[in-house]
Structure formats: C-alpha cells, structure tokens
Design a protein around this ligand. Structure first.
Ligand code: DX5
Length: 226
C-alpha cells in the first residue's frame, strides 16, 4: 500500500524517441521508474500537439508499470474513456480545462481509475479544496504547460506545501506530484516543499550516464531531502 511519503519518479515521454516509443517505454521501466506520464496536448489548452489514445494503446504491452495521462486538453470529459481504454491507470485533469471540475473528476472515478487534478502556476490551491474527496493526486505544475526543457518555477514552493497540507487533511491517500523543470538541482527544493511524486523529462533523457543513473540519482536526492 502506497504511503504519503513514498517517492515516485515519473518520466514525461515528451523527450523520448517518437519513432520508437515502445522501446523507450521498455527502457524506462528497466531504468526503475514508478510509472509513465503521457503528456497529452491538443493545441488549444496548450500551444502544442502530442499523443492521442491510439499512440498510448500501441505501447501498453511494452511494459507492466502504470500509465498516467496528463490531459492538457480543453473539455477533457469527451475523451476520458478513450484514455482508460488505451490502458491508462490514472487520468490527470487540469482544473482550468473544464467548467464543471467536480463532475469531470467524478466521471474519472466512475471509470475505475485514479483521478489527478493539475494546477497551472497561476491557479490557486483553493480551486480544488471542494473536490479533494474525488482526488487521488494533486499535480502542481512548476512550468507553464506545453513544452519540456523549461526552467523550474521556484515560487511554486508555497503551493506545493499547501497541496501537501490539503492532502494530509484528506481522509484518503492523496499524492502530491510536481511537473516541470525537475532535475538534480531542483528536486530537493520540490521535495522539501512537500512533493513526493516527481515528473521529469529532459533531465532523465539528457543524463550523461543514462536513464538508470538519472532515475537513481533523482530518487536518492529526493529521499535524502525529506
Ligand atoms: C510540460 C509537461 C512536462 C514536461 C516535463 O507541459 O507537462 O511533463 O514535459 O519536461 P521537463 O522535465 O523537461 O520540464
């Protein structure tokens, strides 16, 4: 059973070789990551386009670890079941992407998967106080979503801590995840603020000693800082 202080290292597959996604997913599992994050972008909610459910489905059999779909898409409700059918175990909805967040999160839960809620840097934690009973994970964005390789926004520390306080007050397990600019030089800051699930893209794929070293290093730094 997961605990609130378990550290999870979660790769964003944005920097992966799109011509060999299955192989990339297998390599990530072998490198010791805890689950895979698919950055789903529609070109409307964020100024970039990435994966549909069929791409995710095509790689599902390449590994056994969970998939989470980070839905950076406008009006996500219409696609929720497609991403579950593609093999995702957790769907992350942006609080800013739906007019009825409580209803959207309820729909995720009714599909039998975990529900995450993501907050862009400008969005206050108060926006999810009234839906925390439906939330299994709070994703605090530490970049403005849409692209990998951006700089970590350190002013998110207070919101990460508020997210942890909200999670600790809940009567069920709620993970606190951060995403954007996470590397060996920012992971301690994020973990000390309260993050336990750490999404990283460029810092994992660009590590000079390879994925396994990158994952181990990030995990060790996070564990040592809490
Ligand atoms: C940004 C994505 C992030 C990003 C992380 O919109 O949600 O997952 O790809 O990439 P890095 O770790 O390079 O910031």
């Amino acid at each position: 059973m997961a605990a609130i202080d378990d550290i999870s290292i979660i790769p964003s597959v944005l920097p992966a070789d799109f011509a060999n996604l299955g192989g990339a997913i297998r390599d990530l599992e072998q490198a010791g990551v805890d689950r895979i994050q698919w950055d789903v972008m529609d070109g409307v909610f964020v100024p970039n386009l990435t994966f549909g459910p069929d791409v995710i489905k095509a790689t599902r059999s390449y590994c056994d670890i969970p998939f989470e779909a980070h839905l950076m898409i406008e009006a996500p409700d219409q696609y929720l079941s497609d991403y579950v059918s593609a093999g995702c175990n957790q769907l992350i909805i942006h609080a800013e992407s739906t007019k009825h967040l409580h209803r959207s999160l309820g729909r995720v839960k009714s599909l039998g998967v975990k529900a995450g809620v993501a907050l862009n840097p400008a969005t206050p934690i108060e926006m999810i106080e009234n839906v925390i009973d439906l939330v299994d994970m709070i994703l605090v964005m530490t970049v403005n979503p849409g692209f990998g390789g951006q700089a970590y926004i350190s002013t998110m520390a207070k919101k990460i801590t508020s997210a942890r306080e909200l999670a600790q007050a809940a009567d069920h397990l709620v993970e606190v995840e951060v995403d954007g600019g996470i590397s060996s030089s920012t992971v301690v800051h994020a973990a000390r603020a309260g993050a336990r699930a750490l999404v990283a893209g460029s810092s994992l794929f660009r590590h000079p000693e390879g994925l396994k070293s990158a994952v181990s290093e990030l995990r060790a730094l996070a564990l040592a800082s809490i």
